[in-house]
Structures are given as C-alpha cells and as structure tokens.
Design a protein around this ligand. Structure first.
Ligand SMILES: [Zn+2]
Length: 101
C-alpha cells in the first residue's frame, strides 16, 4: 500500500506534532507570492522564514488538520484560496493574555 506514504513527513507548523494526517505543500512562491507569504506568517516557523521559498515549496509540508472544512475541495485537496486557520501557534497578543491568568 503506497497510499499514505506521503504522510510521513513532520508538519512544519510550529508546535504541531501530527504525524498521520495527509500533508499539503505550500503555495507556489512564484505564482502565488501573497498567499505563500500568508502561509508563512500563519505557520510562524522561524526556520522556514530563513529558507529559500523554492526549497520550502519543494520540501516542506503542513498537515491537513490546519484547514477548515470549507477550505477543502474534493478528497484531500484544498481550495485555491485556502490558508491554514486551525491549530496554529497563538499570536503574541493572545499568548500574553493567557500568561496573566
Ligand atoms: Zn500540523
């Protein structure tokens, strides 16, 4: 069974340890520079930010759990406009609120 061999890479969203969901590649940084940048911001992984966009596009993946139902098209594919929106690292302003508990 070759079906799920593509799922073995680790997810590049900071703090995510999912190892079983299908993976999605980043938007093409040449065709969709704005969307690529948006993904990069949301994923908040400093390692990726210092890498060549082509390398990120070719060899980095984020997993399926970060996408809402409406971002998905058929099967495991995403809509062209999809951006990761679930189980993401908390933005700084939210983190500070939590610290004050
Ligand atoms: Zn993930």
């Amino acid at each position: 069974m070759l079906m799920f061999t593509f799922a073995k890479r680790t997810c590049d969203v900071r703090g995510c340890s999912d190892k079983s969901s299908p993976r999605h590649r980043f938007p093409n940084p040449h065709k969709n520079p704005e969307r690529y940048q948006k993904w990069l911001d949301l994923v908040d992984n400093p390692v990726l930010k210092s890498k060549d966009p082509d390398l990120v596009f070719r060899s980095h993946r984020i997993c399926h759990i970060h996408f809402k139902l409406e971002d998905r098209s058929t099967n495991w594919f995403l809509q062209k406009t999809a951006v990761p929106s679930l189980y993401l690292p908390q933005p700084k302003y939210l983190r500070n609120v939590c610290d004050k508990k």
